[in-house]
Design a binder for this molecule. Structure first.
Ligand SMILES: NC(=O)c1ccc[n+]([C@@H]2O[C@H](COP(=O)([O-])OP(=O)(O)OC[C@H]3O[C@@H](n4cnc5c(N)ncnc54)[C@H](OP(=O)(O)O)[C@@H]3O)[C@@H](O)[C@H]2O)c1
Length: 264
């Protein structure tokens, strides 16, 4: 008898009926992932600091019959995150999936960067990840059913870059935090924690890099085996995989989503 169950294969990529909390839901990647969770039948809680943008998304998603809500919160503020968890559980009873999609960068040469600017990036990209994961993990532990955490970091967690002492450090820290959280949370509580390390994805901030005439684009193409930069959709399949039973044996990993950039 081949030991694979049809029922498992039929449903292993499903997030139907799960409750997914998405931070940075107003951003390029958070927005597509939140909608993808909704299309896949999950209940979606969107969070960020900009109420107007969150409301617009809620209206758009509800018009497509996606079961969703939003909660305004700054992921770097402990009290905000505690309120976020409470509001999420009040609304949907539990949280099964966490997708950490918020982030910030302000590239500056270290010689011109103030310590306060560096710290702001560290708080936005590293401390906030700790706070959100810590409180969601506690909620998942209390629920006693395990869960999935997907943290979006960056290929810059693995490679230095001029002007990126804040961003590379915070993303590198977040990747190691993910690996360490897996050691705390997976065996004992069934919570899988992984990160996705993306290359340049199209967003308001990166749009300029997509000009084929630009030196930045041409430099990327020397090291992008896939032959293009990424569109937000390119990240959805991987994020859904890491949110579903199909990835039950994967935890603590920092997974390249760079079109091969990190392989050459
Ligand atoms: N796009 C890329 O090329 C790329 C490449 C590698 C890695 N990443 C990473 O992937 C994640 C998502 O990227 P994205 O392109 O979707 O970014 P994005 O479009 O710039 O959106 C990021 C979201 O994060 C929130 N945010 C901004 N500054 C923040 C701060 N100081 N503290 C807390 N939240 C803040 C914002 O929402 P609110 O203003 O509503 O809070 C914003 O909508 C980020 O972690 C980013 O670093 C992106």
């Amino acid at each position: 008898m081949v030991p694979v169950k049809k029922d498992f294969v039929d449903n292993m990529f499903s997030v139907k009926g799960k409750v997914a909390l998405v931070t940075g839901a107003t951003g390029a990647l958070g927005k597509v992932l939140a909608k993808a969770y909704g299309y896949a039948g999950a209940k979606v809680i969107m969070t960020g600091r900009s109420e107007g943008k969150l409301k617009e998304l809620e209206d758009e998603f509800k018009a497509e019959n996606i079961d969703c809500c939003y909660v305004v919160a700054d992921p770097a503020k402990e009290e905000d995150v505690q309120e976020l968890i409470k509001a999420s559980v009040d609304k949907y009873g539990e949280i099964n999936i966490l997708a950490v999609c918020h982030g910030y960068n302000k590239p500056q040469n270290i010689l011109e960067q103030s310590v306060a600017d560096w710290q702001y990036i560290m708080d936005a990209d590293c401390k906030s990840v700790y706070i959100v994961c810590k409180y969601v993990a506690q909620q998942m532990v209390d629920q006693g059913k395990g869960g999935k955490m997907v943290v979006v970091t960056s290929q810059r967690s693995k490679r230095g870059m001029a002007g990126y002492t804040g961003y590379c450090t915070s993303k590198g820290g977040a990747d190691l935090m993910v690996s360490s959280m897996a050691c705390d949370l997976t065996a004992k509580y069934g919570i899988n924690v992984n990160s996705i390390c993306p290359t340049v994805f199209r967003s308001e901030l990166t749009e300029w890099m997509f000009d084929p005439e630009s030196a930045v684009y041409q430099n990327f193409m020397k090291r992008e085996p896939i032959g293009r930069l990424a569109e937000p959709d390119d990240f959805v399949g991987f994020a859904l995989f890491l949110s579903s039973d199909a990835s039950n044996f994967m935890t603590g990993g920092n997974y390249d989503c760079s079109g091969g950039y990190l392989t050459c």
